[in-house]
Design a protein around this ligand. Structure first.
Ligand code: SF4
Length: 251
């Protein structure tokens, strides 16, 4: 049996942080990604951190954040199944901006038991197994760090998939106890992301040059073909078109 989640992830104390009405007023004032980030870092200080999976959007938002707050906190989820290219860009970004990434690992006992009972590549066997693997390797470590924060920053964009099509620049994250989620480039297009990286010669994940438009775990992500959706390479063997790992769900 897979061990239960032993991480302490109690979000109860955050439930009253902001009302939706207050968040609506904040959104009405913000015009640019930099406006949102300035507001976020002035408001939350060291209780806000940027989540990075080292996709192109993360390169952009990281660059914006450092210009506003050189001491900002960054975290990442190391599932143990990432591509070498992802570690390489993490290293390049850490050195360029002097960032000390807070790397969250899955709980050893849960991974060991999952692999022992379900197999090393369990995710290919069923959607249930895939979700279990994402739960243990991603969702629990994310919950662990988010339960210590008042807010987090993402690189989400609205046109990535339908689950994200209603996301706002600043929103209440009901999946994580109502803490604040800041999505500064939520309105950006894919082309804007690529232009920002190119114009500033930013470090980016070299998987992008091989057709990977969404960065995930190595066994679960492939390059996309011409004309395919930008997230079509994630869990490509599954038929559901609204695929998420449970980190960013519709609310
Ligand atoms: S993306 Fe694949 S390898 Fe990574 S946590 Fe999810 S199922 Fe596991």
């Amino acid at each position: 049996m897979i061990p239960p989640n032993n991480y302490k992830t109690n979000f109860d104390h955050y439930l009253q942080l902001y009302t939706q009405e207050e968040i609506d007023k904040v959104n009405a004032r913000l015009k640019t990604p930099e406006d949102a980030l300035r507001w976020a870092y002035e408001t939350f200080g060291d209780k806000i951190a940027k989540a990075s999976s080292f996709g192109p959007e993360d390169s952009v938002v990281t660059d914006m954040i450092i210009k506003i707050n050189p001491k900002a906190r960054f975290f990442t989820l190391d599932t143990g199944r990432l591509n070498q290219e992802t570690y390489d860009v993490m290293d390049a970004i850490a050195k360029k901006y002097n960032i000390n990434f807070e790397v969250m690992f899955p709980e050893t006992a849960a991974v060991e038991e999952m692999v022992r009972t379900k197999g090393i590549n369990l995710f290919y066997d069923s959607v249930e197994n895939r979700k279990l693997c994402c739960e243990i390797r991603k969702v629990r470590p994310l919950n662990k760090i988010l339960s210590t924060l008042d807010a987090w920053v993402t690189g989400l964009r609205r046109d990535q998939n339908e689950n994200r099509s209603h996301a706002a620049m600043v929103e209440l994250d009901h999946l994580h106890g109502g803490i604040v989620k800041v999505n500064p480039i939520i309105e950006w297009t894919w082309d804007q992301v690529l232009s920002y990286i190119k114009e500033r010669n930013l470090p980016y994940n070299k998987l992008l040059d091989r057709g990977y438009t969404s960065i995930g775990c190595e066994p679960c992500t492939r390059a996309i073909k011409p004309g395919e959706d930008l997230r079509a390479g994630r869990w490509w063997w599954e038929s559901d078109t609204h695929k998420e790992c449970g980190l960013h769900m519709k609310h």
